[in-house]
Every structure is written in C-alpha cells, then in structure tokens.
Design a protein around this ligand. Sequence first.
Ligand code: ZN
Length: 359
Amino acid sequence: MPTILPTPTDRVRLSRVARAADVPCSVARHRLAAAAALVLTATACSGGADEPASAPPPSVSQIPAPTATSPTPTPTPTATPTTIPTPTPMPPPAFDPAAAYAVVEHLAGTIGPREATSPGFQQAAQYVVDTMTALGYEVTTTPFPVPAGNSWGVDVEAGTSRNVIVDPPGFDPTRPHVIVGAHLDTVPQAPGAEDNASGIGVMVELARMAAAQPPGLPVRFIAFGSEEPRGDGDSMHHFGSQFYVRELPAAQAAALAGMVSLDRVGVAADHVPVCTGGRGTTALRDALVAAAATAAVPVRTCENRSSDHWSFEKGDLPSARLGSIPYEAYHSPGDVPAVVDPAQLGRAGAVVWAWLGTL
Ligand SMILES: [Zn+2]
C-alpha cells in the first residue's frame, strides 16, 4: 500500500508550540482590561506600547510633609491617566466565493480527473490534507478497498481509495458534533469541476470560517473517496461514505447531530437544492431550509439518493444533500471550472454557514 499521505502531526505540533509561546503575553493583555490587575500584569509583560509601565501615584499619607528646615520639595509628578485599550473585535468571517472557486480551479484545472484509486485522486487528497492542516485542523486519512468495475462507461481496476477526515483541535467524536462532507473523486473521464470540486471548494471555505469562529457544535469535515459508481446498484457507489458509516462506533453514531453532503453546488441557478433520500428523517433538511431563509438564499427541497448523504440516511443518521442542478457537462470532459459560478458556491456556503450558526 502506498504511503503517499504523510501525517501532518509535526506541522500541527509546531503550530501549537508557536501558539503556546504567545499565551503569557496575550493573557496578560486580556487581564489588562481589568483595572484591578493593571499594575501586576503590565509589569509582567514588557515592551507593549499599550502597556503602561508607571507605578500608581503614592497615596497622600506617604508623601512627607514639608517642614521649615527641609529643602523645597520636588513637586510630585502627576500621574497621567492611563487609557485602557479597547480590544478591536475581529469581524465575523465571511464566505469568499473567489477562494472557493480557486479550489475548483486547482482540483479540476490543475490536477484534473480524480478517479478514486488514481494518482490524480491521491494528489487531490494530499492537497486537502495540506490545506486543512494549514488552517489548524487535525487531519487523518483512512484507506478502504474498492472493487473493479465500470465507472460511467470506463473500466476501472480494484484498488484503494481514501477518506480525508478533518477535525478541529481536541475534537472528540463521541461528543455531539456535525459532519460537512464532499466527495473528492470523479468519474475517470471528467475533470470534475462541478462534480465535485465545487463541493470541496465550499467545504474548504467553510472550514476556514469555522476555524476563525467555531460553531456551537464542532464540525468534522470529510473529503470522501470513491463516491462515483463502479457499477450498477446501491452497493456499487458511495464507497467512502458507506465505509465511514459501516465503521462508525455506536458512541460516535449517537453523537452525530447531522451530516451535510455538498455535491454539485456550483452550477448557476436561482436556488440551492436541499435534498434527502426519502427514507429517513427530514429534520436536517428542514433545518437547512430554515437557515437558508435567514441567509436570504432561495432553496428548493428535493429527493435523491445519488450522493454520500444516502449512506448516512440508510444508517438512520440525520443527513441531507445540497446541490444537484442539472448541467450539460455532467460526467464528461467538459466539466471544467468554467461551468462553475462563484456566486452559486457562495449561496451554498451561506446556507451551511447559517445552519452551523444555529447549532
Ligand atoms: Zn458527485
């Protein structure tokens, strides 16, 4: 088995060390806002322009009273009132459609077709590992076997594909959480800009936002391997998500509050499709529809089973899919970045971000 995906542990450790080194000073600065602790903290943290170093003026009883024989006292300097700096609040993160589109261009324009066991797929998986690690996430990949078959008219060999699992630092999957996922693979003949670099692009941008402003429930992001069919029937596609659900320990299944699949979310339309498979609960779909209204994004509900949400729905786990606008270049060499509309990526991202904000 190729070991093409080195763990990002070292890089994560390094960034933690860097963060840890910042702690004493930043803690001191926060404490600075509390007037009672002003002097102690200011003296403990040197060099900051906003940190007064002057001691408080002595109390009146400590000032020696002038006597007739003593020399003219030096006037006691008047302490300048200190201004406690007001922390500048960080602006809330905003979805950047151009950033999501850049991911589409890299995956579909630079890397190209990403059949689930191909070098192109492995290159794309490494790209997701590197991108998410740089955002501060803990990233692991889980390999799983896929069978030989026929994928959209092209014979494919048996082999190994991977899920890329992206967790915030300290994530505990047995505690309540949600999953936002998108499949990373393509059919062999398609560069897969819409199907499904669009979903990965939106997912990466949401991960950037969630890192800057963590939602109420932690989000596990997953780039699924081998979603595309390798034959007919329910068992011959969605291999990555089927593997994930099959291997999911009961405690993690119980802690999963919802799974959203982003699949074909970039072709221009006047709405975002929000689908379920028609078998399980529609609670998550309804929550996404309600969140979309608060984000002023038009949506339409729909029923389909042709994405990774279906693996979760079959496992009685709450799930939904965003996307599925029909388009001419579907599963063809014409599925290039030009078929993707950055504004539509923004609509899909806004729906998911609004939903994450309700958790
Ligand atoms: Zn797809």
